[in-house]
Design a protein around this ligand. Structure first.
Ligand code: ATP
Ligand code: MG
Length: 485
């Protein structure tokens, strides 16, 4: 997979993109802006949509910030749409669906923080700049007032965006101490946007990594999911590992950096894992299309597939290293970690099943499996079969091209056999349109050889013509009877 972008963004290109994006947004943002302006309020598009307009990443989520208090926002929105939600009201947010756009309007914030609490306390503020100063990164702290389209960028977000840099509006120490989740968000945006955190951001993350422990598992999980589902997860994961954050949120990952043995014999499992993840993403795209939704479960399984290795590593006398049962041990470790991160049972089951099965194919040799071994593979993988295909194929990082080609062809062979078998089995599952009891009743015959012959006749009929109504099958059966041997 290609690396994240590193070239600076051209300002002329940014201007052109923003102009195009504003044309697209005008039908929704202009009437909304006029409505708030008429009521004496400021309304500004803010954060993600402003940043993404500049990067040419079009979305349908429109976040706004406003001087209006939530009750006022709600009143103003009611005149425009009936589809409102207010789950975020305590945090100042009223949501609305307007012509297919997801609109969220939040009252200016001026939080005060209790450094020991998990969630920032909410206080409403009274200035746009004050609101922007409390945001996580400068590229997320730009706003566009509507309908007049005044660009507010008090912290140099545009320059940072052009240089693809993540910087905090204030000092990173203050920012991360106010809300340690922002350290996870830095890694997430590195993975999502391909941006590089400024050196002082990395330094603060490194010094303050342990603070992430006051954040709830659910909030950490949500950022981790976004990171892994992003286009360049390697960037975000490496940042988590290098700063020491991973030791708190996903300790199994840094643990893969096994020291090499004295002969420098076994490969670096950590590097291997990141490559497997990237290869899994490539396969996801080539098999499901460029526009397919990112598959978090499959990707997370790629990330966790070898986590059983550190615990199962044994040095053998002949100088080799073994990792017996690292699949089973890894599945257990994966289950435990995902439960701690409060993943759903379905996700825990799916990922740990994939980890447990990731080695099974290696018993296939060059195609020696019996049909029943192939069937068992399919049955054990169940609804995770497609993901298992991707994981097993991705789990080959040898530089030896002949070896890699051979593995790919052998897996092609297994997939072909699975297809052929499942076609055959579906055929085998086909039943005639009438069962034995119906045949005996229609023909007025007792159990015996004739029932078997009639059954076979109806099965042939079913194969030739596909399913028929009971009446048509009865007519055909009577026309055939007594049937020649
Ligand atoms: P996306 O929606 O694509 O995930 P986003 O930038 O919109 O990206 P959100 O998590 O939706 O990210 O947050 C919306 C905006 O709110 C951000 O752009 C940022 O300005 C601000 N924000 C969100 N979470 C925090 C936080 N923990 N600390 C400070 N500001 C935040
Ligand atoms: Mg958003």
């Amino acid at each position: 997979m290609s690396g994240a972008p590193s070239e600076p963004v051209l300002i002329s290109e940014v201007q052109a993109r923003v102009a195009r994006e504003l044309d697209r947004l005008a039908p929704v943002i202009d009437p909304l802006g006029r409505r708030f302006a008429e009521a004496g309020h400021t309304l500004a598009l803010v954060g993600g949509p402003v940043r993404d307009a500049m990067l040419g990443r079009a979305g349908n989520d429109l976040d706004f910030t406003t001087s209006a208090r939530p009750e006022e926002t709600e009143r103003l929105l009611r005149g425009l749409t009936g589809a409102l939600w207010d789950m975020g009201r305590d945090f100042g947010t009223i949501g609305a669906q307007i012509d297919g756009w997801q609109v969220e309007i939040t009252t200016y914030r001026s939080e005060s923080y209790d450094p020991t609490s998990r969630k920032p306390e909410v206080n409403f503020g009274d200035s746009l700049v004050g609101d922007l100063s409390r945001r996580d990164f400068t590229v997320n702290a730009m706003a566009l007032t509507v309908p007049e389209r005044g660009f507010e960028d008090p912290f140099g977000g545009l320059v940072d965006l052009a240089n693809r840099v993540l910087r905090t509006p204030g000092t990173p120490e203050q920012s991360f101490s106010d809300d340690p989740l922002r350290m996870m968000r830095a890694a997430r945006f590195a993975a999502q946007l391909g941006f590089t955190p400024a050196p002082e951001v990395v330094a603060a993350m490194t010094d303050m990594a342990g603070r992430i422990e006051i954040i709830s598992a659910e909030r950490v999980r949500d950022e981790l999911v976004k990171l892994v589902s992003a286009p360049w997860p390697r960037r975000g994961l490496e940042l988590l590992v290098e700063t020491g954050l991973a030791a708190y949120v996903l300790p199994e990952l840094p643990a893969l950096r096994l020291e090499r043995d004295e002969h420098n014999r076994h490969k670096d499992v950590y590097e291997h894992t990141l490559t497997v993840l990237e290869q899994a993403i490539d396969l996801e795209r080539s098999r499901h299309g460029e526009d397919a939704e990112p598959d978090f479960v499959g990707r997370f399984a790629a990330l966790m597939h070898d986590v059983g290795k550190p615990k199962t590593r044994r040095f053998v006398d002949d100088g080799t290293v073994t990792f017996h049962h690292h699949d089973v041990v890894g599945a257990k470790i994966t289950r435990k970690r995902m439960k701690a991160l409060r993943f759903s049972n379905d996700q825990v089951d799916a990922v740990s099943k994939l980890v447990e099965l990731h080695l099974r194919f290696h018993g296939y040799g060059s195609g020696e499996w019996t049909d029943s071994a192939v069937r068992r593979y399919v049955r054990d993988a169940g609804d995770q079969l497609e993901r298992l295909h991707i994981l097993t194929r991705a789990d080959c990082t040898t530089r030896n091209k002949r070896k890699a080609d051979r593995l790919r062809r052998t897996y092609d062979d297994l997939e072909t056999r699975i297809e052929r078998l499942s076609e055959e089995e579906e055929l085998a599952a086909i039943r005639p349109d009438l069962d034995g009891a119906q045949i005996m009743e229609i023909l007025g015959i007792p159990p015996g050889r004739d029932v078997g012959r009639a059954y076979k006749f109806l099965l042939e009929l079913r194969m030739d013509h596909g399913p028929q109504s009971e009446d048509a099958a009865r007519d055909a059966l009577l026309a055939w009877w007594p049937g020649e041997d």
